[in-house]
Ligand binder design. Structure first.
Ligand code: KIV
Length: 275
């Protein structure tokens, strides 16, 4: 078990991380890492190495389902992924991402869909947006559902805002106000995606709750990466993500070697055959 998880647990290692643990980590000045996961195998592995928070992101749209954006992702798409991540883990806090169209209509719609995720075993949900989703955040929080906010580059709004840095110039005030309003409405943490590093640092100082950065510099309380970017499986490297492995090469070489051995008659050999 990594020291990171031990510290976050405060020595207790036989239960799931809670939102309280994340708040305590911020209060102690300890940083932590979140990764996306969409299946039980990677989720179990990330649990094993001590990743304390797993996000079943709607980035599954780009990384699992073959969509160009997250906009087409539905509740039906997300449900089996959340199930797999919950079943594959014992300790990380599992956050289920509310897909586009599953919460914007009304607080009641948001509650209905968040309940589905919580009943599958997720411990929290994430939704995108500031002022316009405050009633949703408030109702979920009052209903006992921990909510993670998401500001800055919110991919579900790509058709309105594009994929570009958010919160520059005058827009910085709006982003800070939104972050404070999310906290006030009951959010337990806020993701800041692709915003200037100095703004993210300021928001982090102003908020009592943890901030989680992606493309937001080192000043946040925590960081999140899409696991396929982190592991180098996604074809194109992104500026916001560091590749800690070259899984694309490793996996490609393994698949090629397997196919070569089948073609050459080396696989299966006697050690992989039954009598
Ligand atoms: O869906 C996702 O993976 C996300 C993270 C990038 C924060 O929302």
């Amino acid at each position: 078990m990594s020291d990171d998880l031990k510290t976050l647990y405060g020595g207790v290692t036989n239960r799931r991380v809670s939102t309280r643990d994340l708040q305590d980590a911020k209060d102690r000045g300890e940083k932590w890492a979140m990764l996306t996961s969409y299946d039980m195998l990677t989720a179990g592995l990330f649990d094993e190495v001590g990743i304390p928070v797993l996000l079943v992101g709607d980035s599954a749209g780009n990384n699992v389902l073959g969509y160009e954006t997250t906009v087409p992702v539905t509740m039906e798409d997300m449900i089996p992924l959340v199930r797999g991540v919950v079943r594959g883990t014992k300790r990380p806090l599992v956050v289920a991402d509310m897909p586009f169209g599953s919460y914007q209509e009304s607080p009641a719609q948001a509650l209905r869909n968040a309940v589905i995720f919580l009943q599958l075993g997720a411990q929290a949900v994430k939704l995108e947006g500031g002022a316009r989703v405050l009633p949703q955040v408030q109702l979920l929080a009052e209903s006992g559902i921990p909510v993670m906010g998401h500001l800055g580059l919110t991919p579900q709004s790509v058709n309105a805002i594009g994929y570009r840095v958010q919160g520059r110039g005058e827009a910085a005030h709006q982003l800070l106000d939104d972050a404070l309003a999310l906290q006030e409405a009951g959010a337990f943490a806020v993701v800041l995606e692709v915003v200037p590093a100095d703004l993210a640092e300021r928001v982090t100082k102003e908020l009592d709750i943890p901030t989680i950065g992606i493309g937001a510099g080192p000043g946040c309380d925590a960081q999140v990466l899409v696991w396929t970017d982190m592991a180098g499986l996604t074809p194109k490297g992104l500026k916001l993500a560091k590749q800690y492995a070259d899984l694309r090469t490793v996996l490609g070489e393994a698949a090629r070697a397997y196919a070569d051995e089948v073609r050459g008659g080396q696989f299966p050999g006697p050690e992989h055959s039954f009598s």
